[in-house]
Design a protein around this ligand. Sequence first.
Ligand code: COA
Length: 223
Amino acid sequence: MRATQTRCQIRPMRLGDIPQVMDIERESFPSMWPQTTYRRELKNKLARYLVAYQPMDEHSIAATPEREPGLTGLLRRIFSSSSPTKERILGLVGLWCMMGEGHIVTIAVREAYRRQGIAEVLVVAILETAREAGQDGVTLEYRISNHAARRLYEKYGFSQVGVRARYYSDNQEDAVLMSTAPLRSSKFQRLLSQRIEEQRARWGDEYPLAGSLGRLLGATPSG
Ligand SMILES: CC(C)(COP(=O)(O)OP(=O)(O)OC[C@H]1O[C@@H](n2cnc3c(N)ncnc32)[C@H](O)[C@@H]1OP(=O)(O)O)[C@@H](O)C(=O)NCCC(=O)NCCS
């Protein structure tokens, strides 16, 4: 594991995660889902939501990068929508399973923890979840200006299949549609295995999916 990387684990999202998930949404997207949507989504049998989380103890709470000193920090912590918790949610990913085709509806990583490979781990986890849920392939869309998202998705075998003009109502931006090859195809499995090996090499003993891919498969939302 690299010195700059944050130890984390992956598990299905729970109701109690929603306040922290909203914090991540707020800093990641121009418009966000209301809390009620997440509450509904966690009961949606066709949806799967996973989070990357950092188990927290008092020491690591004190060491978190966004902890602000002084009165401002104190007030922000008191009035923050995040309730005190033993786990810090670092990122999330959501999937809808519709008639054999998975659709990634959201993915985001807490700003202070980006560029550590957390999104890549979430992508592998959700692709495996989709495969185990019997989906043939996975689609998604992203804002055409979002180069980070494009590079992430291309790295995991997504390729462009279309453009929806002025899809995003807040700024009339185009959406780019992407899709994977069939998840069970040897071409796709070869790529995924290669990426998983790279992730193992990067994370070493702390690889968040080590031994847990099986547990994630078929993960259902829980409260
Ligand atoms: C996109 C996002 C999820 C990436 O999360 P992350 O944990 O920082 O990504 P990772 O560290 O796992 O990076 C994986 C790959 O993504 C690409 N990538 C990620 N951030 C990038 C950036 N700022 N610029 C260029 N490429 C980037 C790279 O290909 C990277 O692989 P590399 O390290 O070998 O170059 C994160 O930037 C985010 O939450 N953005 C806001 C929400 C969003 O745009 N979500 C996608 C909506 S479609």
